[in-house]
Ligand binder design. Structure first.
Ligand SMILES: [Zn+2]
Length: 112
């Protein structure tokens, strides 16, 4: 799975992981994956299984089913990507403290 080193920046299975509630009411903890631009493009273009991260390039984009996990890539990949995609994070450019404070000020005004 060494090709993934190029595609995934970070796998965070710690407390920042997202919690998903399954249809039957159980809580499932999902690791949060951070993809490189290249990795995200591969997901979007159907060259990487969103379920098991199988490299789909030998099969061509959007195979009907993932050869590894049988995920219905053609039907579900983009839908799944839309659900799972929580936004782009700019790595290494965190808000400065004063930006953070002024942003919080919009939400919480002490003494007002
Ligand atoms: Zn798969």
């Amino acid at each position: 799975m060494s090709y993934l080193e190029d595609l995934i920046v970070d796998i965070d299975e710690g407390e920042r992981s997202r919690v998903r509630v399954t249809p039957d009411g159980r809580h499932a903890y999902e690791a949060k994956f951070t993809f490189t631009q290249k990795g995200f493009e591969m997901l979007r273009q159907g060259y990487l299984c969103i379920n098991c991260f199988q490299d789909l390039r030998p099969d061509g984009a959007f195979p009907e089913e993932c050869p590894m996990c049988a995920f219905p890539v053609r039907d579900r990949q983009l839908e799944h990507l839309g659900i799972s995609f929580v936004g782009e994070e700019q790595l290494g450019s965190r808000l400065s403290l004063s930006d953070e404070m002024s942003r919080m000020g919009d939400l919480w005004l002490p003494g007002s």
